[in-house]
Design a protein around this ligand. Structure first.
Ligand code: CMC
Length: 396
């Protein structure tokens, strides 16, 4: 209507209507497609939840079998992509490898590229689904190859009779019960982490997915861009910050002094506070229980005691109480991943694998929106105008 609103960082702008995820920050509730996150974690696998997010309803038994088979059938990556990944520097960051390898995937599927086949390409539901199976299937394989590359070991091929999370742990070669089967309790714990990270409405990377996807580019390129947004320390990096903070506190006796520094604004209590949750983040409640189970299996780290005591003291402190600061999803997730043996540079990778389900759900919702237009925000120009041109030879 011609009225321009100035809203830096989109603090007060809704860019889409959505039926995917509801975050009720006051109550501390998270729902996917209307279902409470607690019920989904209790009863579903990650792939079942991915189906729900992308297709809008929980699958029947037959639909779930079909979905799992199709995703697992697409776990292999082309040998040329494997070769390409091997050319990264020996110490390449796994998230950098993941972003570029997902972007590279777009060059393997000519039939999936609207730049070659036309802007209406993704009206074709089968074609959409195929790319969804490929992206969900190949992301854990790329992630595991990136990890194996970093530690200088041969890449492992997927094993499709394992479930999604087991297969990922197998390819990483983490804490197996036998040579081939990752410990089921560990696989379940990671599966729960995946469910909790699968979507969180219009977060930075999901907004990036919609923004880039609105140009009708292929989904591999859009997912690579979304993963790029997630790589940033303000988005996917806070759980690593929690670990550094706990290491620095070193002992429970140092907690009171640390909290004093926080209250004096010398530093932040990482893993606390949230733009939307003004109550306990429900994901943190679940992860606290998962952490206890993982530590039971893998052994406790001294950092866990510090985290539990830090949380208890902060929740009694007036500074945190009056500002409604509670633990968020990152407070315990880093501890869990560390106990499972993942290095910290894998943390954003572990976030990207499940969040791809959310990105793809938003991509589909956007494509099906009859009012879809290319995202193109406005700006307020504050530079100079009307300058006289000076030829190069006369500039001083
Ligand atoms: N430690 C100490 N003080 C804090 C913290 C914290 N973690 N978070 C907020 N505050 C204070 C802040 O200083 C301000 O105080 P005052 O009113 O005296 O100025 C008040 O609480 C309100 O904070 P805000 O900065 O206006 O809140 P925000 O919505 O802009 O920031 C946040 C939200 C998550 C960026 C912030 O809480 C923070 O930096 N937390 C630590 C980093 C972290 O854990 N990030 C992960 C977020 S969850 C990831 C996800 O869902 O994707």
């Amino acid at each position: 209507n011609g009225i321009m609103v100035f809203d830096p960082a989109f603090m007060n702008t809704a860019v889409a209507t959505s039926k995917i995820t509801l975050v009720d920050g006051e109550k501390g509730e998270l729902r996917y497609r209307g279902y409470k996150i607690e019920d989904l974690v209790e009863n579903c696998s990650f792939l079942e939840v991915a189906y729900l997010l992308i297709n809008g309803e929980l699958p029947t038994n037959k639909q779930l079998n079909d979905w799992e088979n199709k995703v697992m059938r697409h776990t292999y990556i082309h040998e040329n992509l494997v070769e390409q990944m091997k050319t990264f520097r020996y110490d390449a960051h796994p998230m950098g490898m993941l972003i570029s390898s997902v972007a590279a995937l777009s060059t393997f599927y000519e039939e999936a590229n609207p730049a070659l086949k036309g802007p209406d390409l993704y009206r074709n539901q089968n074609l959409r689904n195929k790319q969804i199976f490929r992206i969900l299937g190949k992301l854990p394989t790329i992630a595991a190859c990136a990890y194996r590359h970093r530690i200088g070991r041969p890449y492992n091929s997927p094993v499709n009779h394992l479930n999604y999370t087991e297969n990922f742990l197998y390819m990483m070669d983490r804490l197996s019960e036998s040579d081939y089967r990752p410990h089921p309790r560990l696989a379940k714990a990671l599966d729960i982490c995946f469910i909790l990270h699968a979507d969180h409405e219009m977060n930075c990377s999901t907004a990036a997915m919609r923004h880039v996807g609105s140009s009708l580019v292929d989904p591999y390129t859009a997912v690579a861009c979304a993963a790029g947004a997630l790589y940033g320390p303000l988005h996917g990096g806070a759980n690593e910050g929690v670990l550094h903070m706990l290491e620095e506190i070193k002992d429970v006796s140092n907690i009171p002094q640390f909290l004093k520094d926080v209250k004096a604004k010398k530093r932040k209590l990482m893993g606390f506070g949230h733009r939307i949750y003004k109550n306990y983040d429900p994901r943190a409640t679940i992860l606290k229980k998962v952490a206890a189970d993982v530590f039971d299996l893998c052994g406790r780290t001294p950092l866990y005691e510090i985290a539990v005591e830090l949380e208890a003291q902060a929740l009694k402190d007036e500074y945190f109480v009056t500002r409604l600061l509670f633990p968020n999803v990152d407070f315990y997730s880093g501890l869990i991943y560390q106990a499972m043996g993942f290095p910290t540079d894998m943390f954003p990778v572990l976030f990207s694998i499940p969040r791809a389900a959310g990105w793809l759900a938003h991509w589909i919702e956007m494509l099906d929106d009859p009012s879809l237009k290319i995202f193109r925000p406005r700006q307020k120009y504050v530079g100079e105008t009307d300058k006289e041109f000076v030829p190069l030879s006369e500039r001083i």
